[in-house]
Every structure is written in structure tokens, then in C-alpha cells.
Design a protein around this ligand. Structure first.
Ligand code: RIB
Length: 308
């Protein structure tokens, strides 16, 4: 008698759903930052894909995650190029709307040290409505998911995403960038499993303890070359050293960090381990030019971690 074969069903990968912005980045590189009122000459110019949401989705896809993107581009040629770029990375763009008008634009200066200064004009990102976010999330069939949102789209749409994630029992990672000077609604903070500000953003938001008291599951503060701090309520801060990096351009490093953290959680890593993984991905992202110029694969992250 032959033994019946039992079909092996692989567990479905937990998807990462990114809700956020798409920009075309117009970048001037090389030299020093101008002071207010001053004109400086920089070395070169480039037009590249950007927007914190698009960068986060791209970084998660590079790490091998199954990624859905929810956002909006304009009806101009930049919108078409942005959509094509995200699609070519294997990202599901069925939640990406095209709205009449201009795609978001970021004007970026990158100085000789790789540090950047960014001004954005939201364009189509301002048209990402709560209803559109709810509809896009409702269309995703997933038992479990990790939802990531940044603040380059309207705050009420981010809140809609947080509520939808909460209803479905999905984890919610909030990248509070750019940080609103009036702080974050308490309900949004409480819905976040993890919040990932940089040092400037956490200060604008009133400090780590304000976020923890409001109910954030964890606050992970990225401090560039000085490492990362993991704060949980009732425990001592865990300080993680920065991964080694040969910095070319820091643009998008925070996006790569947040994306890798979400991918780590989606893959079942413990939070501290996911933070370590994210630090390596963030470091690698600084080593190429442009927000998506040096996105790490999972193998590159593992290799970097062995070098630290
Ligand atoms: O985080 C980097 C991003 O911020 C850039 O790609 C730019 O578009 C702005 O959104």
C-alpha cells in the first residue's frame, strides 16, 4: 500500500501595505547648502523617483516582501513614470490613483557630506482621501498584514488607514515624517504598533514619553550615524549602534529603515531584531545617490549585519 502524500501548504507571506506619497525628486548635488537669501552653485542635477511612500514600498519590495501601494499620482508624465517605476519593482499598484493635475514634487539639495535639505509641493498626494484609503484597504484580502504610513498625505487619510488596520487586526507602523508642529492626534498614536521618527521629528512631536503615554506600542528613534534608540513603555531604552556605511546620500535612508522594520515584522522577527535589520537596510540606503539608488536586498542586509 502506498502512503498518501500530504500536500504541503506553505504559509502565505504576510504582505506589507504602504500608504503614502509619490514625488519626483529634483536633486542638486555637491557643494554646500545655501544660507537664507544666498545663491550657491552645486555640481550636478538629477531627476529621480521619490516620495516617502513610494520609497518605502520600493525598499520593502527590494527586501523581497509582497507589497501593495496606496496613494495618488498626477495626470502628467511624472505620474506615468512613477507608476511604471513602482510596477516594475513588482509592487501591486491597484490602490494607486491617477488624479487630474500635477504629481508631487520634491526639491532636494545634497551637500558634500551627503546630508540633505528637502522642500515638497504635494500635488496629487493631497488628493489621497480617507475614502480612497478605506476602499483600497478593503480590496486587499489578507488575514494578516503590516501597514506602513507616512505624513506626506492628508492626516485624516493616515487616520483612516490606522483605523482600518486596527479593525482587521493588522499591525500599523507610522513614520511621522514630516512631523506636524501641532503634534499627532492621540487616537493615531494609540493605533501605532511602532512609530519611527528621527531625532528632529521626535522633538517636534513633543518627545518620546508623550508618544508612549498616548499609547504607541514602541517608539524607534533613528539617529543617523549615532545609531537607533528603541523605547518601550516601562523599560529602559535599548541603544543599538549604527551599521557601518560609506555615505553618499542620506535621502531616503529613513524610508528604507521604516520599510525594513515593517518587512522584519511581517516576516515574524521580534521587534529588537527587526530594528537591527532595519538599521542595516537604512545604512545601505545611504551608499548610493537618490532615495532609491541603493536599496538593500535581504541577503545584503544579512551580510552587513555580520560585518558590524
Ligand atoms: O524621505 C525622502 C523623500 O522625502 C524624498 O524622496 C522626497 O520625495 C521627500 O518626500
Amino acid at each position: 500500500m502506498t502512503t498518501p502524500t500530504v500536500p504541503v501548504i506553505a504559509p502565505a507571506a504576510v504582505p506589507v501595505i504602504v500608504i503614502g506619497s509619490v514625488n519626483v525628486d529634483l536633486v542638486a548635488v555637491g557643494g554646500r547648502m545655501p544660507r537664507p537669501g544666498e545663491t550657491v552653485s552645486m555640481e550636478r542635477f538629477a531627476e529621480v523617483q521619490g516620495g516617502k511612500g513610494g520609497n518605502q514600498a520600493s525598499a520593502a519590495a527590494a527586501l523581497g516582501a509582497h507589497v501593495h501601494f496606496v496613494g495618488a499620482v498626477g495626470s502628467d508624465h511624472w505620474g506615468t513614470a512613477a507608476r511604471d517605476d513602482l510596477s516594475a519593482r513588482g509592487i501591486d499598484v491597484s490602490g494607486l490613483a491617477t488624479v487630474e493635475g500635477a504629481t508631487g514634487v520634491a526639491i532636494i539639495l545634497v551637500d558634500d557630506s551627503g546630508e540633505n535639505s528637502i522642500a515638497i509641493v504635494p500635488g496629487a498626494n493631497a488628493a489621497v482621501s480617507p475614502a480612497a484609503v478605506e476602499a483600497a484597504l478593503a480590496a486587499i484580502e489578507a488575514e494578516d498584514a503590516v501597514v506602513v504610513a507616512c505624513l506626506e498625505i492628508p492626516l485624516e487619510s493616515v487616520q483612516a488607514a490606522a483605523r482600518a488596520a486596527e479593525r482587521r487586526g493588522w499591525r500599523f507602523v507610522l513614520n511621522p515624517a514630516p512631523a506636524p508642529s501641532g503634534g499627532l492626534p492621540a487616537e493615531l498614536v494609540a493605533a501605532a504598533s511602532v512609530i519611527t521618527p528621527n531625532e528632529t521629528e521626535v522633538e517636534v512631536l513633543g518627545g518620546v514619553s508623550v508618544l508612549l503615554v498616548a499609547g504607541a506600542g514602541a517608539v524607534v528613534v533613528t539617529r543617523g550615524g549615532d545609531g537607533t534608540d528603541l523605547h518601550l513603555r516601562g523599560t529602559e531604552v535599548a541603544r543599538l549602534d549604527a551599521s557601518r556605511a560609506s555615505v553618499v546620500d542620506t535621502t531616503g535612508a529613513g524610508d528604507a529603515f521604516t520599510a525594513a522594520l515593517a518587512v522584519g515584522l511581517a516576516n515574524g522577527r521580534e521587534l529588537v531584531d527587526a530594528v537591527r535589520w532595519a538599521s542595516a537596510a537604512g545604512a545601505i540606503a545611504t551608499e548610493g545617490f537618490g532615495a532609491r539608488g541603493s536599496l538593500a536586498t535581504a541577503a545584503q542586509v544579512e551580510e552587513r549585519l555580520t560585518q558590524n
